[in-house]
Design a protein around this ligand. Structure first.
Ligand SMILES: Cc1cc2nc3c(=O)[nH]c(=O)nc-3n(C[C@H](O)[C@H](O)[C@H](O)COP(=O)(O)O)c2cc1C
Length: 173
């Protein structure tokens, strides 16, 4: 299975700790293609045809990003708005994602204990990620379980190594 990982981090090669480690691990994998979207489009202007071609060549698409304000970094929203065109991704002629798996790999600052009904954030991470699941449904992709790295602030080397290992398994499955 060919997997396309679209990474949306404003500073993947600079300030990122968690997503940089995950992306680096993914880059070294067979049958996995990684695209650093902020590096490709520093002016925010997405090459729609290039992105659509990358999706078409894959069997599984994963959006990888740090959670920003219970959502994604802004370029991911622009990517969805621009690339998921009517007649390509949805609508009677839009079948680009049919038969493909679609998921997200997200890192959070808060620990998992805060992503509980009784925790500070009140919602479980699956609830926070519902807009992505809804998008998967709308484009007729097969939604796969999200990959989550909780508690990125001050994450230990051991915990990050564990997450990297689990991410490789996630992308291999
Ligand atoms: C603008 C901004 C908004 C953020 N919003 C959230 C949030 O809503 N929930 C959360 O758990 N962490 C939040 N964080 C923390 C990031 O998710 C965390 O720093 C990131 O996952 C770490 O990954 P990195 O090492 O690849 O940068 C936010 C960080 C920034 C810069």
């Amino acid at each position: 299975m060919k997997t396309l990982v679209l990474v949306f981090h404003p500073s993947l090669k600079g300030q990122s700790h968690v997503n940089a480690a995950l992306a680096e691990a993914a880059e070294g994998m067979e049958n996995v293609t990684v695209r650093d979207e902020y590096a490709l489009y520093p002016d925010g202007k997405i090459d729609v045809k290039a992105e659509q071609a990358a999706v078409e060549a894959a069997d599984r698409v994963v959006f990888q990003f740090p959670l920003y304000w219970f959502s994604s970094p802004a370029l991911l929203k622009t990517w969805e708005d621009d690339v998921l065109e009517h007649g390509w991704a949805y609508g009677s002629e839009g079948h680009a994602f049919e038969g493909k798996e679609f998921g997200v790999a997200v890192s959070t600052g808060s620990p998992e204990s805060k992503y509980q009904p009784e925790g500070d954030n009140k919602f479980k991470i699956e609830q926070v990620l519902v807009p992505f699941q809804g998008t998967a449904n709308h484009i007729n992709a097969t939604w796969i379980k999200p990959f989550v790295t909780f508690g990125s602030f001050g994450i230990s080397d051991e915990a990050l190594a564990e997450s990297v290992k689990n991410y490789k398994d996630y992308l291999t499955k």
